[in-house]
Write a protein that binds this ligand. Structure first.
Ligand SMILES: Cc1ncc(COP(=O)(O)O)c(C=O)c1O
Length: 320
């Protein structure tokens, strides 16, 4: 992996393209679909390892400004061994000059997977905690005990969702408003913690419906998102049936579908989040869930570093 450069945080003005997608299924259903290419918001640009990508820039941007303004020199966060958020915080540290600490769920593996190898390469200090303690990390006393040994740190929650992250995600909508002359009727987005979706809901006009496709199994997403959004925001809906068994679970038809989508469109997806989103969206299109004339925007939230961990575990021939 080549050396990772540094950037001036305040000088970065990242903006992602909105691309129209041509596809026979869209023509057949009389729909228009645009992809908001946040996967192209990649840093570092000099390497082919897209660690700081997609919604990670959106969610970290104002947190990084805040950490810098507060004189913090260290960022500390939490995550699983294949977490996109861990990779992104590690990259942010190197790119913008913070030390980073990752509290990782589970026992140390003998050999680091691509995510943790990258985090280490970026200088992140990795600390492993067993799963039962990790589960309690959001309890203030436990968190204080876990983080005290590291001194003064800017603490980012697992997955990076907080009020400043939502502020960054709202900018996805502000950009789309400048890119599309007529408002979309639907915006489709993947969800893990629901923070990205919550930011999008907050910024979107009520005439547009937000469709949220969780990457995890279970009916908790409504509960996760509700506290972050105003009561007046009603036009959002969770579509639960495209998790493929749960977080990081997959089935061959998902991977085959992602490969075909890449051949047809040149857009790479990740098997954890955006693959499930796009699969779900096209399944809904085939079911006839959208009225003719609908104008849909799909948010590509990135996650491409997750492809490396997937290929390491299941074989590099699976993903094109
Ligand atoms: C690529 C990608 N898309 C979507 C999400 C979900 O974002 P959120 O946790 O804000 O729901 C994540 C979360 O890590 C992600 O990495």
């Amino acid at each position: 992996m080549p050396d990772i450069p540094s950037y001036q945080l305040d000088a970065l003005n990242l903006f992602s393209p909105l691309e129209v997608l041509e596809h026979p299924k869209l023509t057949a259903a009389d729909l228009q679909l645009w992809v908001k290419r946040d996967d192209l918001l990649v840093l570092p640009k000099e390497t082919d390892y897209p660690a700081f990508c997609g919604n990670k820039w959106r969610k970290l941007k104002y947190n990084l400004y805040h950490a810098r303004a507060g004189g913090y020199e260290q960022l500390l966060t939490f995550g699983g061994a294949y977490s996109n958020h861990i990779a992104a915080v590690a990259a942010a540290g190197t790119l913008f000059g913070f030390s980073t600490i990752g509290i990782i769920r589970g026992e140390p593996a003998q050999k680091h997977n691509p995510t943790l190898a990258f985090a280490k390469k970026c200088g992140m200090k990795l600390h492993y905690v067993n799963r039962s303690i990790y589960r309690q990390k959001d309890e203030p006393d436990i968190q204080e005990q876990m983080t005290r040994p590291f001194g003064r740190c800017y603490i980012l929650p697992e997955g990076g969702t907080n009020a400043l992250a939502l502020q960054g995600c709202q900018e996805i909508i502000h950009e789309i408003e400048t890119q599309l002359s007529d408002s979309p009727t639907h915006i489709c987005v993947s969800a893990g913690t629901g923070g990205t979706a919550a930011g999008i809901i907050q910024a979107t006009h009520p005439a547009c419906q937000i469709l949220i496709f969780p990457a995890l199994k279970g009916s908790f997403m409504q509960q996760e998102i509700t506290p972050w959004v105003s009561e007046s925001k009603k036009s959002w809906k969770i579509i639960e049936e495209y998790h493929f068994g749960g977080y990081a679970k997959w089935k061959p038809p998902l991977i085959q579908w992602m490969n075909t989508f890449y051949d047809e469109t040149g857009i790479k997806l990740d098997p954890i989040y955006t693959g499930k989103l796009a699969f779900g969206l096209f399944s809904e299109i085939e079911k006839g869930s959208f009225s003719p004339g609908s104008r849909i925007v799909m948010i590509h939230t990135g996650g491409l570093q997750g492809r490396w961990g997937f290929m390491e575990r299941y074989g590099s021939e699976l993903l094109t």
